[in-house]
Write a protein that binds this ligand. Structure first.
Ligand code: RIB
Ligand code: CA
Length: 317
């Protein structure tokens, strides 16, 4: 990887979003050019407040934040998941408000402006529902021909969902948007449940945050117990599944992953399979609903201990 992969992160912070954002900010190999916010783990207004707070903690007031959509393209917002991320979206630590201001443009316009200011140079990382990116693509249909690549946390190609038996949460929160984005005209990498459910940061791992000096690790140490409590109670997992940070691990160390490359459609029907990410499994499928779609790099396996140590290594710097 070159020394400066420029990334724009679209996010719904969110405890694991905070981990991913801090991981990216701790990586000299990456330059975070902006954060855009979306509903998902919490309402958009709160996600925006959290994005600003996280940049305050990280000491990065130079990074712009643009607020985005407050509802999906074609349905009502399914609502916050306080039982996963807390009433404040950050493990109920109730941080003080930021004094920073958001950018005076919608996130979709911010994405367009950022990409067009540096054609073929910007990697877009999606950590929440894909609504802002889909809106940007609808506003500027040739946009993704100028995007370097899109790396998403979302979907479940060959495994079951986590928000329904069929669907992963970021996709179920806006299936129409996800189907638009998987039709993008640029390389797409999908870090979905196929791989993130193979990465468990144990409670022993999580305790390491408390021993790392500095405000980023101190915040993570304060918020991860809420998240691991959810996993203990709902999934009987010792620790947490590492979702959003997997996008950053892939950017830093793609050699730690294996993948398959297939076009993807998203079920936008209103059946039990709504939000399912469906790869084209047979050559003949590509003449059907998948026709004209570029193959998506679907991450399927990972050196789990490798990516966990990578994250701790970076966050310890
Ligand atoms: O399914 C996991 C995803 O849903 C993560 O992005 C998490 O933050 C939530 O948004
Ligand atoms: Ca997220």
């Amino acid at each position: 990887m070159t020394s400066s992969t420029r990334i724009l992160i679209d996010t719904d912070p969110g405890i694991d979003d905070a981990m991913a954002i801090f991981f990216a900010l701790a990586s000299p190999e990456l330059e975070v050019v902006g954060l855009t916010t979306v509903f998902g783990n919490a309402h958009t207004d709160l996600c925006t407040i959290n994005a600003l707070r996280l940049l305050d903690i990280a000491g990065r007031p130079d990074i712009p934040v643009a607020q985005g959509a407050s509802r999906p393209l074609a349905m009502n917002y399914r609502g916050p998941v306080a039982f996963v991320h807390g009433e404040d979206g950050q493990g109920d630590v109730f941080l003080p408000p930021s004094t920073r201001q958001v950018e005076p443009v919608h996130a979709a316009q911010f994405i367009i402006d950022t990409v067009m200011a540096a054609p073929e140079d910007i990697t877009i990382v999606l950590l929440g529902p894909f609504t802002n990116m889909a809106l940007a693509m609808l506003m500027r249909p040739d946009l993704t021909s100028f995007v370097k690549q899109i790396v998403v946390m979302g979907g479940a190609a060959f495994t079951s969902g986590n928000a329904s038996p069929a669907a992963e949460a970021n996709i179920l929160n806006d299936p129409e948007a996800a189907d638009i984005v998987f039709g993008a005209d640029c390389p797409i990498v999908m870090a979905g449940l196929d791989v993130t459910h193979s990465i468990t940061m144990t409670n022993d791992d999580l305790a390491r945050f408390g021993k790392i000096p500095g405000p980023r690790a101190a915040h993570l140490a304060a918020i991860v117990p809420y998240y691991s409590g959810f996993y203990r109670d709902r999934n009987h997992v010792d620790g947490i599944y590492v979702h959003d940070s997997t996008t950053i691990s892939y950017l830093l160390a793609p050699h730690l992953f294996t993948w398959t490359e297939l076009p993807i459609r998203v079920d936008t029907g209103h059946s039990v399979c709504r939000g399912k990410t469906l790869p084209a499994l047979h050559d003949s499928d590509e003449e059907g609903p998948w026709q004209g779609r570029r193959p998506v790099r679907i991450l399927t396996s990972v050196d789990a201990r490798g990516v966990i140590e990578l994250e701790f290594d970076h966050l310890s710097r």
